[in-house]
Design a binder for this molecule. Sequence first.
Ligand code: ADP
Ligand code: MG
Ligand code: MG
Length: 903
Amino acid sequence: MSENKDQKFVYDFTEGNRDLKDLLGGKGANLAEMTNLGLPVPPGFTITTEACKVYLESGAEPAALRDEVSSHLDALERKMGKKLGQADDPLLVSVRSGAKFSMPGMMDTVLNIGLSDSSVEGLSRQSGDERFAWDSYRRLIQMFGKTVLGVDGELFEEALEEAKDAKGVTIDTDLEAADLKELVERFKGIVASEAGRAFPQDPREQMDLAIKAVFDSWNGDRAKLYRRQERIPHDLGTAVNVCSMVFGNLGPDSGTGVAFTRDPATGHQGVYGDYLQNAQGEDVVAGIRNTVPLADLESIDKASYDQLMGIMETLENHYKDLCDIEFTIERGQLWMLQTRVGKRTAAAAFRIATQLVDQGLIDEAEALQRVNGAQLAQLMFPRFTEAAQVEKVARGIAASPGAAVGKAVFDSYTAVKWSRSGEKVILIRRETNPDDLDGMIAAEGILTSRGGKTSHAAVVARGMGKTCVCGAEELEVDTKRRRMTVPGGHVVEEGDVVSIDGSTGKVYLGEVPVVPSPVVEYFEGRMHAGADDADELVQAVHRIMAYADRVRRLRVRANADNAEDASRARRFGAQGIGLCRTEHMFLGDRRQYVERLILADTDAERDEALKALLPLQKQDFVELFESMDGLPVTVRLLDPPLHEFLPDITELSVRVALAEARKEPHENELRLLQAVHRLHEQNPMLGLRGVRLGLVIPGLFTMQVRAIAEAAAQRVEAKGDPRAEIMIPLVGTVQELELVRDEAEQVIAEVQAETGVELKLALGTMIELPRAAVTAGQIAECAEFFSFGTNDLTQTVWGFSRDDVEASFFTAYLEKGIFGVSPFETIDKDGVGALVRSAVEAGRATRPDIKLGVCGEHGGDPESVHFFHEVGLDYVSCSPFRIPVARLEAGRAAARSSDSDSR
Ligand code: ADP
Ligand code: MG
Ligand code: MG
């Protein structure tokens, strides 16, 4: 960041507004907005994030900053009619950090800057309250010592406790001026001995040191960790707010409080907040004394209460959203110290969005922007019953949502062993590593005491869709002794039941009963939005989904392999099947036919195996087409390498060796072993699979095509409306597709002739190899549709296989910031996405009416759905459970882009 001569680094509160969050931070922008609304905000100014960036890059404040701060301070002093730290009547200020996003780990606010040994006397005389003046001074030294000079805050707390003990009182307000004077001396001593310097008496030096400390806190460890976890860029910098002090600690007619314009848990309008008399700053949330509900303020100070209610209404109407606020009352005069659009639960987000529509504050398109797919997904997980009064024992990071209950196990081996014998287990580790993979697969959920959202446990659990709470630091996990100690000392032994909530990060002892989500009950059709017992949440979700469906352009299909999944998908709003995998149709009892197919020495043997498979496959398709009657069903021909249908190579080798040792060799097993050896691949991802199988195993694909065609014919005869689409996987070149296509067309013609039914079967391909994407224009000559297989496309573009890399090095990559998010979770727009984009263009250039969709897991990922909308796909396909999320995000994408079109 180079310094620009005309750059302005300081803005008075009257100069900013809420759109300047990048420059003024969230707090500064909103203080300015409130000032401009004419609300009572104590005057002040904001130092920009640009100044912070210069400081962070060059190690020094921009040259112009000092003068600019001086002139703004001058103006402030003139406005207030007193000077910073002036001995007889001091102006005091707070120095407050405030980045664009609020961030734990940033420097705490320092209040009462400007007090010194001399000005404390002036404050005392001016206020007529000696106790207040010395209380303010001791607070300054405490906050300044801790946050600016880095002194251990405990030392001040201990000294305060001792002072109270010595006097035989329990609360801070019972300390009198003389006690506080003494405490100030002790505090100054602590600073001198711990910080190696005296507490600065020069008010301007206090202010400048505090400003610099805010800048420095941007790069504190906690702030950095938080940014990494929340994917906040590291180069935004923080703003610093300098705000003239108002005092809530001037006696019982003063106080401080926090409030919400509506309930952040339900969205209901009402009076929500806490108030504390005779208190300053964080006292109200720090729990030093008992607060009263905000409603009680009405009887304490009616005038201020009424004014506050009016301001809250003004703010809601202005921000058109739930706001949270901080305020202080100084001797009956109300002051606004902060506001922002408040955080809320997922359920409240949906309710508030519809409430605001009903109030006429926002329209439906805006309502769609107020919620998101991640929140909807959260509402769809089964949850722990609130009624079951089980106490939480710890809280970690909500790393992968869901509610999981099971017996505690502390190693992967036990997890696998117990789960094999039918036990549900929770794998508890300090942190996980690739060796824990089997245990993670076997467990219901994963709990760790270390690591954040990008830790191994979190990344792998999310990839597996498994519940995970990580970084629950209050837990002491002792894997050697197979136990963990929870706060308070209780010990959880191996086998004890624990419950973890991956949506909230909460950890419980014992079994918490799980109930299905009402939102899923609604999607399943078991609860109607109009019914009496439908709760507000279900009604709100119903309405928002209707908005989304009305505006979205993308259609949403399901990845479903059987009639049951297909029916659920349809209930959830699927408009067809985008991917029906046929491999499961070769497993179970049918595996024997696949073995015979592979072992066949003669054409006759092979034909026999295929003949046995045909009616089974056909029946699968009949059921599927029936459940999706009238909607498209894309059937993918066999994709995985054949060895996946054969016994495990080691097991089989052992069996054969033992049989030989007993001198009773088994002919068939020997042949099988040879076949397994022949088909064994080091890297099956890149081997004999997909279209390659279809081309080298005679009759395999034609059998599948015949099964599809016959099933479709049967459905037509039953007066159904089957809309099958045949999809060829792993095509790399148009020649492959041509060969398969010729054969398929021949089979379809035969079936038409045999049944007398005219069939309209579309034939298309997956685009999941870079070569296919690059030659999409040629491939489109032979394909009526493309379905982007973005899982394989991600693997092949990056040159890694998901199963290997998620467990081995993704954590390191995420930590180093090489990815912000796993490319398997959210599509890598610049790489994989660029190929999708160009293949879309090339495909349409060759065949303007080509149908384009995506069937990788990205089809259900919010951010990816927006990308697919933008590149102009016709549909996304995802697992049945993700369909509502995809519908919602497709609606949000459409509403957003029509929004920007009209701008
Ligand atoms: P945070 O970002 O943690 O909310 P704030 O800057 O809002 O930090 O300040 C911490 C506390 O001090 C809040 O309760 C706030 O209302 C209070 N506070 C900040 N500035 C002033 C001021 N000028 N006068 C009185 N109280 C203040
Ligand atoms: Mg605040
Ligand atoms: Mg694939």
